[in-house]
Ligand binder design. Sequence first.
Ligand code: NAD
Length: 339
Amino acid sequence: MVKICKVGLIGCGGMGRVHLSAYKKIPNAKVVAVADIDKKRASELARQVDAEWYEDYTMMLKRVDIDMVDVCLPVYLHSKAVIDAAEAGKHILCEKPISTNLKDADEMINATRRAGVKFMIAFMYRFDPFFIKIKQCVEDGTVGTPILMWLTNLWRPSFMEPGSTQTWFTDKMKSGGMLVEHTCHWIDQFRWWSGEAESVFAHIKTVEEGVTVEDNASVIIKFRNGAFATITQSWYSYLSWHDVGIVGKNGSAEMLGPYDVLKIRSKGKSVEEFKPILPSLPMEDISTLRYQREIEHFVECVLEDKTPVVSGIDGRAALEIALAAYRSSQEGKPITLPL
Ligand SMILES: NC(=O)c1ccc[n+]([C@@H]2O[C@H](COP(=O)([O-])OP(=O)(O)OC[C@H]3O[C@@H](n4cnc5c(N)ncnc54)[C@H](O)[C@@H]3O)[C@@H](O)[C@H]2O)c1
């Protein structure tokens, strides 16, 4: 008989909905329960997949039939939910970033180790065919050893607008800040391509009134292998500009938002435009495919007792680099890792 992974989803907001859509397309996973303090959100998602719903996720964790939980809560709530789920013996997929601070991250990692459960941070770009291709180009020598990497990400998320219901994003104590909450994706990509970081130098600034997070940042990360990465990120900008890439020893790779074509240039060769062969899906589904692949991977790890390719340690490392950027901006000097 085919084994089905039974899932409890915690948090039925924006990402809870995205994850639920992905589960609907994964035949060996079934969301059997959802939880949210907002009854309307919980009952609406539960109805879609014929699941039970709970206002209090700790009641859901008592269910013995649940194999894994998927934590889609605001960042400051990740640590308690992950520790509670680990103590209940559930495998855990947790949205990025791991947490707002290293103490919580360490407690989460230790709790999952103690309980012997699988724990993965949901860095979905690790499962995106374009970013997998960049990693391959580093490894097979097409791009080769990383020299410099960059991210320019200038936009204005809807939660920056007055009246947003997602006020936790712009509260530093709750989201950790822009670099922690958002840039962690790209920090993780750079670590994936280039290895561990050595030092971080940054300037950050808050311009928008009424928010406690930085909304503009320039960061330089130096890696132990000699490569460096620059990040220019704004949540204040009325532009919408996304550009990410790498220059390596033998070539370079670059992608412009909306990340639908990867340009690879290498010595003596003309530009290759990489477009993965994807199922023919509408654009909106293609952009959610990376979430589906990430969840499929974790479900496979649970069902087949495999180790997830992204760990709590990866989540902690991305957080540490973002926190080093804050310290650098405050102290006006580069910060050497570890913190
Ligand atoms: N990977 C990505 O592309 C991506 C994009 C956006 C957000 N995220 C991450 O996903 C996570 C959730 O973000 P979001 O955009 O879904 O936020 P959201 O505000 O849309 O949803 C959070 C939900 O959690 C619920 N909630 C709050 N406290 C709760 C509690 N104690 N118990 C149960 N439910 C509770 C809220 O009612 C809300 O429905 C965050 O970690 C965020 O950084 C990831």
